[in-house]
Design a protein around this ligand. Structure first.
Ligand code: ZN
Length: 357
């Protein structure tokens, strides 16, 4: 009886995740102790990859968790959806067993195993099952017992409309307000940062990444790339990548050249997807929250990439209104990489303006 209640609770949190806007509490930094956190990471190695942790990898994960730059959800996702784990879990039953052992620290009971396997056999994505485990009370109390923040996993429904809000030229002193609003609405966006501003906001970079939003590279000082030498272009990109790497542990996966100005030569050097936009709010010109809001609400359609600038205070005000309002209107707010992933993918060196279905 107790078991079936537990399964019901897990399934219920999957269902709760699906269509509605759920506001969540702000994540509170837990009291992480490295020795304790190590046990959490070691279990992930053992149960998802079937091997002992390598020393360096383990130390890096522990450090990110202790500093609060990754949540339990982030780290578990990284392990469970790694290529190495994928190869070990070709069949659904093996995958469900890994979820139980790695995330809940116990064997799957028979009823739980069969109900999750039939959930997957019915065509639900593995990430949806993962979301059920992440958002379960059991995983929450396990994370608490290790002193780490559980975090959230946003499940994206590929069949529903989605748009990517993008914020250029920051971070600014108010970017964290947008991040908090996204987090509270279980939403995400992409922040195309310049090095010139990013150097002053390492904590904001870390917050963007740990909240599930994305950092894009918008070059160091916003010069038109087509007029620069190859070496200068590399320098413009790598200085930002270094800052992002230092703050988040990985480089920016996408690039937006300043002014959207690029050519074949710059694209080859960029060697990542070039994410432009198809809805331009012109917020830099109007500097008026209401006109930015109106522009987005009357133009945004499924698959669009929307351009805004988080260095302008009226744009931040507009974003704080738009995030819940767009969701109320049925849009899922995703990063540009997520949008690409669900709409045909993106290739390095190719340019994208939107991902309409
Ligand atoms: Zn710009």
């Amino acid at each position: 009886m107790r078991r079936s209640i537990r399964i019901a609770a897990v399934l219920m949190s999957v269902i709760l995740l699906l269509p509605c806007v759920v506001s969540t509490k702000t994540v509170v930094r837990a009291d992480a102790d490295a020795g304790n956190v190590r046990l959490f990471v070691e279990r992930l190695y053992r149960e998802t990859l079937g091997r002992e942790a390598d020393e360096q990898g383990e130390a890096e994960w522990v450090d990110l968790l202790v500093r609060g730059e990754r949540t339990g959800a982030n780290v578990a996702f990284g392990f469970i959806f790694s290529d190495e784990c994928r190869e070990l879990t070709a069949d659904n039953a093996a995958f469900v067993q890994v979820l139980y052992r790695a995330m809940l620290g116990r064997q799957a009971d028979e009823a739980g195993l069969s109900s999750w396997v039939s959930f997957l056999e019915a065509g639900h994505k593995r990430s949806m099952a993962f979301a059920g485990f992440v958002n379960s009370p059991e995983f929450s109390s396990i994370c608490a017992s290790y002193g780490i923040v559980r975090g959230e996993y946003r499940y994206i429904d590929p069949s529903r409309p989605m748009i990517a809000l993008t914020f250029d030229d920051g971070p600014s002193g108010r970017t964290a307000e947008i991040v908090a609003c996204l987090e509270a609405n279980r939403a995400a966006a992409t922040f195309f940062v310049t090095g010139l501003n990013a150097q002053y906001y390492p904590n904001t970079l870390a917050r963007i990444a740990s909240s599930g939003s994305e950092i894009g590279n918008h070059t160091y000082d916003h010069r038109g790339l087509t007029r620069l030498s190859d070496d200068d272009i590399r320098g413009e990109l790598s200085s930002v990548d270094d800052m992002v790497m230092a703050a988040t542990g990985s480089i920016a996966p996408v690039v937006r050249p300043p002014y959207g100005s690029h050519d074949e030569r710059t694209d080859t050097i960029i060697a990542r997807p070039i994410m432009l936009w198809n809805v331009d709010t012109l917020d830099w010109r109007t500097r008026n929250a209401q006109s930015t809001i109106n522009h987005v609400l009357s133009n945004a359609r499924d698959g669009d990439i929307i351009l805004m600038h988080d260095i302008y205070s009226p744009t931040v005000d507009a974003a704080l209104y738009l995030i819940p309002e767009l969701q109320r209107r049925g849009f899922q707010l995703v990063t540009v990489s997520e949008l690409a992933e669900y709409r045909g993918g993106a290739q390095a060196g190719n340019t994208y303006y939107s991902f309409r279905p």
